[in-house]
Design a protein around this ligand. Structure first.
Ligand SMILES: C[S@@+](CC[C@H](N)C(=O)[O-])C[C@H]1O[C@@H](n2cnc3c(N)ncnc32)[C@H](O)[C@@H]1O
Length: 238
């Protein structure tokens, strides 16, 4: 009864409760700022909420922001939590791919040039306070030398190529809190991303429990060794 009253009061105020299943209306608006598509954005939102529900400490880092659609969607899920958001992108498109990225990648050198103002606009749609996010514009090899977040709760890597993905993992993985989430956007789409993942886990002797969604995304929860707690449930996390 209390819950129903609470929802009625919020509905009158025009507010929706931010839970793991009902994503806010902003996500539909952010779709045009992202290359990922609405269903992927909805899943990213639910991963962000999962971090909050499980009280995982640390900030949100995105490597490969472009126009800010996925970043602002995850930021939506972290509103009013005190978590800060760190956004990394060249804003000059992707660098040249290497041989390991495959022949198909060669034609995309310099593709996906994002706009800093578009990112700020997306963050305004997400109603995420200006003072709580940092945009690091430039190549990862330079910007990753600037001060980094101490602790990361969710690391979203959407940077396509082997070198970019591996550098992002090497730079941030040790800062991801136990129970934090690492998302690879390009696992199924780009061979280089997948190779970077396999090289990284083999160098570190890690054996993460990899989850998939969409045709390309993969993620894992740091330290999680099995999904028995979800027994009988459909999706992880709910
Ligand atoms: C596919 S786009 C990101 C899409 C975005 N997350 C979205 O929601 O649509 C990949 C981005 O990664 C950036 N990127 C890739 N490698 C990079 C590097 N080494 N340094 C800086 N930016 C890089 C590119 O500039 C590009 O904007």
């Amino acid at each position: 009864m209390k819950g129903i009253l609470h929802r009625l009061v919020n509905a009158q105020r025009g507010e929706t409760k931010e839970d793991n299943k009902t994503e806010p209306g902003e996500i539909a608006l952010l779709d045009s700022y992202s290359m990922s598509g609405i269903r992927v954005l909805q899943k990213l939102y639910s991963l962000g909420r999962d971090i909050v529900t499980r009280n995982i400490p640390g900030d949100f880092v995105e490597c490969g922001v472009c126009n800010g659609g996925s970043a602002a969607t995850i930021a939506c899920s972290l509103r009013s939590t005190g978590k800060r958001v760190w956004l990394y992108d060249s804003f000059q498109g992707v660098p040249n791919p290497a041989e390991i990225d495959g022949d198909y990648a060669a034609q995309f050198a310099g593709a996906w040039v994002g706009g800093l103002e578009r990112v700020k606009h997306a963050m305004r749609i997400a109603r995420f306070p200006d003072e709580d996010y940092i945009i690091r514009a430039g190549w990862f090899k330079d910007t990753f030398h600037l001060p980094l977040p101490e602790l990361v709760s969710i690391l979203h890597i959407d940077a396509d190529w082997y070198d970019s993905v591996l550098l992002a993992l090497n730079t941030f993985y040790d800062r991801v809190a136990e129970g934090g989430i690492v998302v690879l956007d390009d696992f199924g789409h780009w061979e280089g991303c997948r190779e970077a993942f396999y090289d990284f886990i083999s160098q570190r002797h890690l054996r993460p429990l990899l989850e998939r969604f969409g045709h390309t995304q993969a993620f894992w929860v740091k330290g999680r060794t099995n999904n028995r707690e979800f027994s009988g449930k459909w999706e992880i996390p709910e």
